[in-house]
Structure formats: structure tokens, C-alpha cells
Design a protein. Structure first.
Ligand SMILES: [Zn+2]
Length: 420
């Protein structure tokens, strides 16, 4: 049995309280809180807040290579522009972009990410090497490629089956149609059936832009299309939901659907502001996502939490402890994982936030986490008891080499367009 102990920190408990106690980890799980142990493998958390790692419920990790492309375009033009750039990425680019994203996420305290892209076997390879927990979906965009739907569906299913519970269960899988607008009812129905049969989640972009909402004659048609296909259940994770009506939110909540809020990406692409408080008032399970780095800018859930808090203020306010729950436990619930809280028997996916920083010095650490902390305040990142970063040093990956390779490849990609 592998055992380690985190000593001397303040633990953030699921009810939002802070408690100064040691935390014992056994075989990758949180074994006990406050029980002292003679275990030699101790992690010093003096001056740190020990909390569950963040669950990033919507991203496209390889898009780190496309950061800054297609700047300033309207949403539909941006999508066209980005899809052209994505078509140029090779499987090894997908691996490189994804492993660069893993470095960034380990540094900013994300311990679980839900990722949708192409060449997902390469993302699985990167995630496996990084030690992060993830839920991977090979995206289905029906117009792309030209293969018949049948073939695309069987490829997606082969991926789901091959990689579900890979790396000792750290990698799980899901189905991922791009959106109700770009998917036929036939594809949605087939994917909903596969998700039920295989017992894995299903995710899609939902009502991200107004143009998209109008494309099916208003938001109700998006929902009825998903409903007819059998998607609206507690296995379904809807990303964005910027243009969701009050009635839509009520229906989604009734069916146990989870939402991934990506407000930084929404503001950057100018598609609107998600109605966060309205959705919360219906009891929807709200989680947080960074989206891909091309639209989100960074993979830092601290920034997302702060943005949610600021948007919330416009309509009344969401408490910092609720926002912290969105960033952790709600995300785990959305993905069907037992992580996201300091609770006995949960996965030991934990981060140590160094509170001895000038911008974190103040009277309320919970408020400071949401309004003042940054990804670079994360000192140590642990997934399933394994230390991925200790004292700001990444243990599982060669960070310097990855950044060098990414710089080189991004320069090549840029040069390809300079020649045109
Ligand atoms: Zn997305």
C-alpha cells in the first residue's frame, strides 16, 4: 500500500470551512483527515491552503498551438478560420499541443480535464504521460472529412471502448457531437444510444452564440432536437448555454443535465454573457471550463472563477464558496467522477495554494481564492496521490523541452501562412 501525508496546511472542506489538519493518502485515495501518521512520505503544506484540484469541464487541449490565431473575428468567421487551421494539424501536433496544455494545467492546479478534439489517441498519450485525470471525447463534426456517418460512429465507439478506464482508470471517455446545429438527428440519436449502452457521458456545445440559437428557429428547437434524440439526462454535459431561456434551464435542470460555463471564451468571442444566476436558480449543476486556449486565452480556472464572480455581481451575486464548488465538486459530478472534494474515499486529486503572497494577504482566504489568486500561486499538484508538481517543479514532464518544441512548431505553422 502506498501512503503519504500532507502536513501543516489548512484544508478546504466541502462545506467551505477551513480546518488546520493533516491529510492521509492511501493508494491514491483520501484515507483520513486529521489522523496523524508516522509515514515518511510527507508533503509540507505550511503556509498553504490544501484544496481539491480544479475540474476543467470543457477544453480542447491541442488548441494551445493556435493561441492568438484568428484574432478579432465574429464568432462564425472565427469558427471557419479556426477549422481551417485545425485541418493543418498533424497527429503529432495534437500530441504536442495537448502535452503543452497538460504542463499549463498542472501549473494552474487543474487535476481533471474534459477534452474534445481530433486524433484523441494522441491526447490520451499526452494525458497518460502527464499523470492528469481526464475524460476524452473524439469530436464528431459531420460535415468534416467526408466519411459516411456509420464509419464515423464506429470509429468514435472504438475510441470510447479502447480508452475508457485506461491508465489505471485515470482516463475515461465520452461521446462528443459538435453541436445540435452541426449534427443530424440521426447522429444525435445514435450517439445518445451509444452513451447509454456504454455508460459514458455525452457532451456538446449548446446555444453558444445568438446566430447559432437562431439557426434552428430559436433555443427551444435546440432542446427539443436533443430531447427527441434522447440526450437530456444526467449523463449529458452542455457547454456554454449563453443563450438559454428560463424555460430551457428549467427543463435541463429537471432532466439532471450539467452545464459547463466558459465565460472568458464567450466574452473573448463576443457571443454574450451566460445567464449564470438564472441557471443556478433552477438548481442546474453548474461547472466551469476554460474552453480551448485559442478562445479562452489560458487554461486557468482561477481566472474563470473570478469572471463568474464578476458576472454574478451584475445580477445579485454568487458566493465565493459556491463558485469554488462549481470549479471542483460540480465538475466531478458532471463527469461522473468521485473527485473534487476533500472527503474520505474520494480520489486524492489535490492542490496546495501558496497563500504567502502579497496579493493573497487579507482577512478571507476563500474570497482571496476566487478574486485574487492566480494559477501561478499553485505550489504543488497531486493526482491520485501522485505528485505531478512539487514546490513549483513539474515532476512528470520535461517542461523546458515541451515549450521549446512548441515554440518551434508554432513558428513553422506561422511560416506556412506567411508564404501563402
Ligand atoms: Zn468548445
Amino acid at each position: 500500500m502506498s501512503t503519504s501525508v500532507i502536513r501543516g496546511g489548512h484544508l478546504l472542506l466541502p462545506d467551505g470551512r477551513l480546518l488546520r489538519r493533516d491529510l492521509l493518502i492511501e493508494d491514491g485515495l483520501i484515507a483520513s483527515i486529521g489522523v496523524s501518521s508516522r509515514c515518511k512520505d510527507a508533503i509540507d503544506a505550511t503556509g498553504c491552503l490544501v484544496m481539491p484540484g480544479f475540474v476543467n469541464t470543457h477544453t480542447h487541449t491541442p488548441m494551445t498551438l493556435l493561441r492568438g490565431w484568428c484574432e478579432g473575428l465574429r464568432f462564425s468567421e472565427w469558427l471557419e478560420c479556426i477549422w481551417q487551421r485545425e485541418a493543418e494539424l498533424t497527429p503529432s501536433d495534437v500530441y504536442l499541443g495537448s502535452i503543452l496544455a497538460c504542463v499549463e494545467m498542472i501549473r494552474s492546479g487543474i487535476t481533471t480535464f474534459a477534452d474534445v478534439y481530433i486524433h484523441m489517441d494522441r491526447v490520451a498519450l499526452a494525458a497518460g504521460e502527464s499523470g492528469l485525470r481526464c475524460v476524452l471525447g473524439w469530436g464528431l463534426l459531420e460535415g468534416a472529412g467526408g466519411e459516411p456517418l456509420e464509419e464515423k460512429l464506429s470509429e468514435r465507439r472504438a475510441f470510447v471502448k479502447k480508452y475508457n478506464h485506461a491508465c489505471n482508470g485515470r482516463i475515461t471517455t465520452m461521446y462528443a457531437p459538435h453541436s445540435p446545429v452541426t449534427s443530424s438527428e440521426e447522429a444525435l440519436t445514435a450517439l445518445a444510444r451509444l452513451s447509454r449502452e456504454d455508460g459514458v457521458p455525452i457532451t456538446t456545445h449548446l446555444l453558444e452564440s445568438r446566430e447559432e440559437a437562431m439557426a434552428l428557429d430559436g433555443s427551444r428547437h435546440h432542446l427539443s432536437r436533443l430531447d427527441r434524440a434522447g440526450l437530456l439526462s444526467n449523463r449529458f454535459l452542455a457547454a456554454h448555454c449563453v443563450h438559454l431561456s428560463d424555460e430551457d434551464a428549467r427543463i435541463l435542470a429537471e432532466r439532471g443535465v450539467s452545464v459547463s460555463l466558459n465565460p472568458i471564451s464567450n466574452l473573448r468571442l463576443g457571443v454574450g454573457v451566460p445567464p449564470i444566476e438564472m441557471m443556478a436558480s433552477h438548481g442546474l449543476n453548474l461547472s466551469l471550463g476554460t474552453d480551448g486556449a485559442a478562445s479562452g486565452g489560458s487554461l486557468d480556472i482561477f481566472e474563470v472563477m473570478r469572471t463568474v464572480a464578476l458576472i454574478g455581481r451584475m445580477t445579485g451575486g454568487i458566493s465565493p464558496s459556491n463558485i469554488l464548488r462549481m470549479a471542483t465538486l460540480n465538475g466531478a459530478v458532471a463527469l461522473g467522477l468521485e473527485t473534487g472534494a476533500i472527503k474520505r474515499g474520494f480520489a486524492a486529486d489535490l492542490i496546495l495554494v501558496d497563500m504567502k503572497k502579497p496579493h493573497l494577504t487579507g482577512c478571507d482566504p476563500i474570497s482571496a481564492l476566487v478574486h485574487s489568486a492566480r494559477g501561478c500561486d499553485v505550489k504543488t499538484t497531486i493526482v491520485e496521490g501522485e505528485v505531478l508538481m512539487e514546490d513549483y517543479v513539474i515532476k512528470t514532464l520535461n517542461e523546458e523541452d515541451i515549450i521549446e518544441r512548441a515554440i518551434e512548431r508554432i513558428a513553422d505553422l506561422k511560416n506556412m501562412h506567411a508564404i501563402e
